[in-house]
Every structure is written in structure tokens, then in C-alpha cells.
Design a protein around this ligand. Sequence first.
Ligand code: ARG
Length: 285
Amino acid sequence: MKRFKTLTAVVLSCFFAVSAAGCGGSSSETEGEAAEEEAVEDAAEETETDEAEASAVTTVQDGLLIWGTNAAFEPYEYMEGDVVVGIDAEIADAIAEKLGLTAQVENMDFDAVIPSVTTGKVDIGLAGMTVNEERLNNVNFSDPYVEAGQAIIVPEGSDITSAADLEGKIVGVQRGTTGDEYVSTEENGIGAASVERFSNGPDAAQSLLTGKIDAIVLDNEPSKKIVANSTGLVVLDELLTSEEYAIAVAKENTALLDAINEALDELEESGELQEILDKYLNIEE
Ligand code: ARG
């Protein structure tokens, strides 16, 4: 955007330079020359304003876009050796690049992500995070970048074949997630006998494999990855919720929120966002 407007200013001043030259060479300042000067000044001012706008985005640490996440959520964020990779990692890099910043990840428990945003430990929460009312009380969310829903993972051959069968069962969830909230909320009528809260999905899967719990409720794409990465588990087709993931930003940092939304728009329009999603999601399913 900044580059575009700077270019416009240059083109404008060239245009006026050429038309002024066409006015002929009187030594006193002609009307044309005066208008030219004014236009060039205006254009220069506009460029300065744009530069001020770009640098108005402040982050926790100069030059960095620190994103808080819980990297046990393949395909959105997970460890490859000691590097955090996945959809959100690529989105963080792409947004940071557009803002002239370098993305730096902070890996933490999922329920620490929003507090880290509100206390200024990180700039953004980017963690396959669902927009919901409760979170909106504490942070702002960017425009959504993906749709998701809660799925049910069970051992192969389980007598649980739909959400209704969760009644009276021991259900595992990741602590502090929308899956946790859904299963723990009585109005949803799941009627689980108990809810076991784990630090992450893969830990819940271990417990499911050893028969300590009966099912897991977890986001759909991460559920598919857990099943693909282990033997003896399946994910049911039925989704319990319909959710949207977005990026959490501190309420007071509206300049950063705007810049992120602009970057997301550009990534969507250029097809880059879709490319990132296609790279990690099993589109044939
Ligand atoms: N979408 C769910 C939520 O917002 C789960 C997110 C879990 N993310 C993670 N990186 N572990 O609550």
C-alpha cells in the first residue's frame, strides 16, 4: 500500500513537471508553476502520512511480530524437530513479511495464549483459535481465515458412532478449548459422565489408546491428523459445532489489527492463503 502510494506521488509530480514545461518559459512564477508546486507538495505530504501510518504499527519488540501458539495442533501448528511449522506458522510469516517484520513464535499451553496477548507478552494469538463471545471480552479478533468444527475421535470398533452415544462416557478434550467448553456445557446435552482435560490432543490420544477415556472431542482437521498419525483410532463424520478461526490481537492495538486484516485480505486475494491451506489439509476428504 505504502509502495503504491509513493509510486502515485512520483507519477503525479512527473505529470505536473511535464505540463509545466509545456507552459513556456517565463521567468516569473506562472499559474501553472504555482499549481505544480502545490501538487508536488501535496503528494509529498501524502507520502509522509503513509510512512507515518506504516510505522504506527507498534509491536512488543521492534521489528518482530511475536505470535503465541500451542504447537501440538497439526496441521495448524506442530513441531518438526525444534521448529514450529504448519498453516499458522506460514500465515505468521506471510503477514510479518507484509508488515516489514520478522515472525517469532512463543510456544505455550493453549490456555495461556489469550492471557499472553492481553498482558503484552506476545503480539498476537495465532493458534487455530476459534472466535467466541468470551474471548471477545478480552481481545479483538481479525477477520476469520478458516472454518472448522468439533469432531469426535474413538477407538476403532467403539460403540460410540454419533454424538448421542457420548452420554455417560469419559470424554477427553484439550484444556481451555472450544471442545472443552462444548463438552463441559450442560445445555449441549452431551451428558458425558466425566470430562478429562489434557494439555493437548496428542496426549488425549495416548489416553484413548490405553483405554483410560472413551472418546476425544477436538477440532476436525487436527482430529484427522491424530488418527492418521496413530493406529486404531477413527474420527466420526459428524461435527458438533461450526466455528471460525481468527487471529487474536490486544484490544488497544487497533493499528496492528487493521494491518493484519489488510494483510489477510491481500493473502486471500492473491490466492496465497488458499495455497497454504491446500498444502496442509487433506482436500480429497
Ligand atoms: N479451535 C479451538 C479453540 O479455539 C482449539 C484450538 C487449539 N489450538 C491449539 N493450537 N492447540 O479453542
